[in-house]
Design a protein around this ligand. Structure first.
Ligand code: SF4
Length: 413
């Protein structure tokens, strides 16, 4: 990565150049960008602004490109820092090409999805997939310009063969984790992503792709948080982080999942300790299982606490989570929720970010509505909601008893 780019990132992140360089060298910060792609690089990690990722992509039941580019644009407008194209089904390659072409932010994928779909076509079942099929997809996607890959290399045979798996309340909820686990059990072989990790590193290094070590066994229920499967996989991920760093490949680690609020801090500390301070990418965490239709709220609560304790990268959860394929409006709501969660921590991490809150407070006290609304995270929503009394500069909440106005007239102030 060029020095001028690192200097620019340091300026944007409000940290010194030398401190950023040190964090990159230690693996605490990674800069994500495929060398074949013309996109603004994204820095993720310790002491930087908390970044957010939005998942888009076609589903097997909606295999066409449909609204995916609209979702990409809405996510960008609402402030996402990256998107992952999680398309699975027909047209994966075509959709990814369009996403890469239209995205102004970095793009990630989960290559095992395409490998599984191709194997279904080639052999009639993804269970017959060969390691060469997987490596071929990884290389093709890297060549196409994908900036980061989720690789579920930590799901190993010894973990999956543990009989306790059937007693898990939430089972395996990661799509990639389930594909790999079933492949391991049916073939009675080691996870090819684990066995051929060295070959994957070679490809990642060649194209400067960052690896996001997937948590295929993350808890999908509050009851499974910090169970044997989650922790055993995390121990594997810790070793894989070291191997990636030795090879000079940027690496981040994915985390839960569903986590009771009092275990969030422990989750972050564990990951940072076991994975030697690698940037932590959390998928939520959702703090309760009961919020169907409102999981973006459950996730925002978990995400803000996770960021406070040191998570660096948040995955957007939409109101459709656990219910269906998200639409454009779901994506918008999800991104805004995650953005608020990230900002709530950024404003205490970084005085530059805090300025946005001070500006809005300034205009709020003076009831300068337009300026207040224009300074907010998503002004359109505020504009829609606000119906103020036209003749006085108070809102409909307190009318003439507006506390701000009452005190403004107070002779002692
Ligand atoms: S009317 Fe009440 S809610 Fe509205 S700005 Fe004044 S104090 Fe705030």
């Amino acid at each position: 990565m060029k020095n001028s780019i690192i200097k620019k990132i340091a300026k944007e992140e409000n940290i010194s150049y030398s401190s950023l360089i040190k964090k990159i060298q230690e693996g605490k910060v990674v800069i994500v960008k495929n060398k074949k792609r013309k996109v603004k690089p994204l820095a993720i990690g310790e002491g930087l602004r908390v970044k957010i990722n939005t998942n888009i992509g076609a589903s097997p039941l909606n295999p066409e490109i449909g609204d995916e580019i609209k979702k990409l644009k809405v996510a960008e407008e609402a402030g996402t820092d990256s998107v992952m194209d999680l398309s699975i089904g027909e047209n994966i390659k075509k959709i990814r090409k369009l996403v890469l072409k239209n995205s102004s932010v970095i793009v990630g994928t989960v290559p095992i999805y395409e490998a599984a779909v191709r194997a279904e076509k080639k052999y009639g079942s993804f269970e017959k997939m060969k390691y060469t099929d997987i490596l071929e997809v990884i290389e093709e996607q890297a060549e196409q310009g994908v900036d980061f890959f989720t690789i579920h290399a930590g799901v190993t045979k010894d973990i999956i063969k543990n009989k306790e798996l059937k007693n898990r309340k939430g089972g395996i909820v990661s799509r990639g984790g389930a594909i790999i686990s079933r492949w391991i059990i049916v073939n009675d072989k080691e996870n090819p992503l684990f066995e051929y990790f060295e070959e994957i590193l070679e490809i990642a290094k060649k194209y400067e792709v960052v690896l996001s070590l997937g948590d295929g066994l993350r808890p999908g229920a509050i009851a499974d948080s910090l169970d044997f499967f989650q922790v055993a996989e995390l121990l594997n991920l810790g070793k894989l982080v070291q191997r990636a760093r030795k090879k000079g490949v940027g690496v981040i680690v994915e985390g839960p999942g569903h986590v009771p609020i009092n275990q969030i801090e422990a989750n972050i500390r564990l990951e940072k300790e076991i994975c030697k301070q690698a940037p932590f990418y959390v998928l939520g965490p959702l703090v309760t299982d009961i919020a169907l239709g409102f999981d973006h709220i459950s996730s925002a609560i978990g995400a803000s606490l996770a960021s406070l304790y040191g998570a660096d990268f948040l995955c957007v959860v939409t109101p459709k989570e656990h219910l269906g394929h998200p639409g454009v409006e779901d994506i918008k709501q999800g991104v805004i929720s995650a953005r608020i969660a990230a900002h709530s921590v950024d404003l205490i991490r970084n005085s530059k970010t805090r300025r946005a809150d001070d500006i809005i407070s300034f205009f709020r006290k003076r009831r300068e509505w337009d300026k207040q609304i224009d300074s907010t995270i998503y002004p359109e929503e505020a504009k829609k909601i606000m119906k103020r009394l036209k003749l006085s500069n108070v809102c409909t909440m307190c009318g003439k008893y507006c506390s701000l106005k009452i005190m403004e007239k107070c002779p002692l102030i």
